[in-house]
Write a protein that binds this ligand. Structure first.
Ligand code: HEC
Length: 231
């Protein structure tokens, strides 16, 4: 069988086309240039994004400092950025793929605990899309102060940081801790203190192997002692 010149040119183009396609698939993913990583002004990494990673991912035997399963340690900005996050490109971010897209080629996360809440996923998506910046000290998180604090300024953010990854719905094991009434209920029945202090006879919380700092425990203890007010 012989090919005429038209057929030869045509086959050449087809083959060349294949190479272009294959090659483009192996190209490095698009990364938002440094000077375009403006961040989303309403998102503060330490206040809004890091707690989601801490309570959903940085657990013992998962992605805390000691375990770092799969090479992923997800307990600080520096560690989270080491791999799995591509600034400005959610589709190429393996961490995003595993928590949100859940395609066949990555392990869907988290395992065993409920999926990350849609509102939290949206925060992570916006954080990656605007450059995955570290707002760090600029977003005005005040250091823990166990003498001068309020429920809304300290206790609710603590729940957000350490607890809500698991306690985020009435159906969650151990109950909901997203609203004041639920936290107050746990305060009044003594379990809140017993659990965070890891007292004998209580369930140590969080179950992630992390313990609240002494100052944070002091805040919760004083808040409960003062009547667990919604201030
Ligand atoms: C990784 C998941 C996880 C995290 C994070 C977590 N908990 Fe729990 N919690 C549980 C589970 C599971 C139970 C149910 C325990 C049982 O019944 O054996 C529970 C139960 C509870 C209960 C119900 C009372 C009890 O002891 O059964 C309280 C109160 C509680 N947790 C408080 C907290 C607080 C406060 C935090 C944050 C400082 C927290 N939890 C973080 C998983 C978690």
């Amino acid at each position: 069988m012989r090919f005429n010149s038209k057929q030869l040119v045509f086959s050449f183009l087809i083959i060349a086309g294949f190479f272009v396609i294959i090659n483009s698939c192996t190209h490095a993913p698009y990364v938002l240039p440094q000077n375009m990583r403006t961040g989303d002004p309403s998102i503060c990494f330490e206040r809004d994004v890091l707690p989601i990673f801490i309570s959903n991912c940085a657990k013992s035997n998962c992605h805390d400092a000691a375990s770092g399963k799969g090479g992923y340690r997800l307990d600080s900005y520096k560690e989270i950025m080491k791999k799995g996050i591509v600034p400005g490109n959610t589709a190429a971010s393996v961490i995003w793929e595993s928590i949100a897209i859940k395609t066949f080629n990555v392990q869907a996360m988290p395992i065993e605990t409920p999926p990350i809440r849609p509102a939290d996923l949206d925060l992570i998506r916006r954080w990656i899309a605007t450059g995955a910046t570290d707002s760090g000290v600029t977003c005005g998180i005040s250091p823990c102060d166990s003498n001068n604090f309020t429920y809304s300024g300290a206790i609710a953010p603590l729940m957000q940081k350490y607890c809500i990854g698991c306690h985020n719905a009435p159906t969650s094991k151990g109950g909901n801790l997203t609203g004041y009434a639920d936290v107050q209920n746990a305060a009044v029945n003594g379990k809140l203190i017993g659990n965070i202090k890891h007292l004998p006879g209580y369930n140590a919380m969080p179950t992630t192997g992390i313990t609240l700092s002494d100052c944070e425990i002091a805040q919760v203890t004083k808040w409960v002692a003062a009547g667990a007010l919604n201030n």
